[in-house]
Design a protein around this ligand. Structure first.
Ligand code: SAM
Length: 449
């Protein structure tokens, strides 16, 4: 698969880019389509998620990133990295003041910054500077001097609600818009908590997590979001979690293996949020029964979610929504499967042990525990598995962003396979199998020891 490590790294990188770009074009051509341009707004279609195309894109991006890191002046590279926090600030501002929705209504011709200023209530001179920052990073485009319009990347920030709906209920503006919600979180809780990270890492005894230092609270972020005044952030968090619904359903169905279960076997979605993952699994395995558990506010959101998406499942009792704190005794005993989707990464080893031990106490001899999580790996170059000279994780930064975000919120962490195995063993669960999915999550399948 890969060239010898003695090969010239620059030539290898250029070779990966040119062969994979040709492949990308031919895959689009095979589907009677062209590679989308950066200038046109994003049109969601099946090709955006095609696994073969995704693999090709991953290689191109990994090689291009590697090429930049190799040829760019280290001084310039470092200077650019220093500005990373302004990505969060600039993107957070535009989603907060509904720029993507305003530009969507303006269409291809875009809108002059003065009109944007009067529509948003934000000074045109600040807006123009934020646009220039983003456009330099290929987000939005300047059609003519001070006239801004959407492009492929900026259009992804658009919420699902219209401007009229947003005006009527501003606190609901991020509902059903997981990407805009995640961006907004990036400019609020994530950015704020990160300011306390260095202090926390140097002295972790001072608080539970950087979040607690930054927000001057001893509550967990989940408890803090229940306080009056934090309603918008709580709602944004719930909306952002729907990103997990973008994970290919196959990740979940291959983990649960519902065909091997008996009708009416019970699947418990622990810390399930609105239950969007359960919804995907339930569509694949409609003969099983499901319980979605979470804290009070999330179950309230879950009720809205199921009312809108599948009221019948609640009415017939096939899906039950249950308020349950996973630090307390698990009320459903002997379920076929207890699963936690991107929950354990929120917690330190100590807290994770409490959660998993509670599940072990409720489990029967045939119960399974499944964690849907990203699994981290060491970044040692290995040309047997990765084309030379690429990194084994293909320089995919998202996992490392999430890892540090978990640290800043809850002193949580993304873990390696070995770390998950050890954590399970300490709570009476044996890690039997890790099924890596077609998306970013893997299914870690445990059975009782
Ligand atoms: C990262 S979200 C994942 C939500 C869901 N599993 C998904 O994939 O969309 C973590 C969830 O854990 C829930 N949670 C936090 N503390 C909890 C607790 N003590 N008991 C039960 N759920 C809790 C949060 O409310 C949140 O819904």
């Amino acid at each position: 698969m890969s060239a010898k490590p003695t090969a010239n790294p620059l030539e290898s990188l250029v070779d990966i880019i040119s062969t994979q770009t040709a492949l990308l074009q031919s895959l689009y051509a095979k589907n009677s389509a062209e590679v989308p341009t950066l200038d046109a707004p994003l049109q969601f279609n099946a090709l955006e998620f095609d696994p073969e195309l995704t693999a090709v894109r991953t290689l191109i991006v990994a090689a291009a990133t590697h090429l930049i890191a190799t040829v760019q002046s280290p001084l310039q590279f470092t200077a650019n990295s220093l500005g990373g926090l302004y990505d969060n600030v600039a993107l957070g501002l535009v989603v907060d003041i509904n720029v993507p929705e305003i530009l969507k209504e303006a269409g291809d011709e875009g809108l002059h910054v003065d009109e944007l200023a009067s529509a948003t209530g934000v000074s045109s001179s600040y807006l123009a500077r934020v646009f220039r920052y983003l456009i330099t990073r290929h987000i939005f485009r300047e059609v003519s001097p001070d006239v801004f319009a959407h492009n492929r990347l900026s259009s992804l920030l658009t919420k699902t609600k219209t401007l009229k709906e947003i005006k009527e209920e501003p606190n609901a503006r991020f509902d059903d818009a997981p990407i805009a919600a995640s961006v907004y979180m990036g400019s609020t809780q994530i950015l704020n908590s990160s300011t306390a990270m260095i202090s926390f890492i140097k002295n972790p005894q001072q608080a539970s997590a950087p979040f607690n230092i930054a927000y001057k609270t001893s509550k967990t972020m989940f408890e803090w979001m229940e306080e009056p005044g934090n309603e918008l952030l709580a709602r944004v968090f719930t909306a952002a979690m729907k990103m997990n619904a973008n994970e290919p359903t196959e990740t979940y169905t291959r983990g649960i293996e519902g065909d091997a279960l008996k009708p009416n076997d019970v699947i418990v979605d622990v810390g399930g949020g609105p239950g969007s993952v359960t919804s995907a699994i339930q569509k694949a395995y409609p003969k099983l029964r499901y319980v979605v558990q979470d804290l009070d506010p999330q179950i309230a959101a879950a009720k809205r979610f199921w009312e809108e998406n599948d009221p019948e499942a609640i009415r017939t009792g096939q899906v039950q929504l249950q308020v349950h704190d996973f630090f307390k005794t698990q009320p459903i005993e002997g379920a076929a499967v207890y699963f936690l989707c991107v929950v354990i990464h929120d917690w330190s080893d100590e807290d994770s042990r409490k959660i998993l031990t509670n599940l072990r106490s409720a489990a029967g001899a045939h119960s399974k525990l499944i964690l849907f999580e990203m699994v981290t790996e060491h970044i040692i170059k290995d040309s047997a598995t990765t084309p030379y000279p690429l990194q084994p994780n293909f320089a995919n930064g998202f996992m490392t962003i999430l890892d540090l975000a978990m640290l800043s919120f809850y002193n949580g962490k993304e873990r390696t396979r070995e770390e998950y195995g050890k954590l399970g063993r300490e709570c009476g669960w044996e890690l039997k199998e890790v099924k890596s999915g077609p998306g970013k999550l893997s299914a870690l399948i445990f059975t009782p020891v």
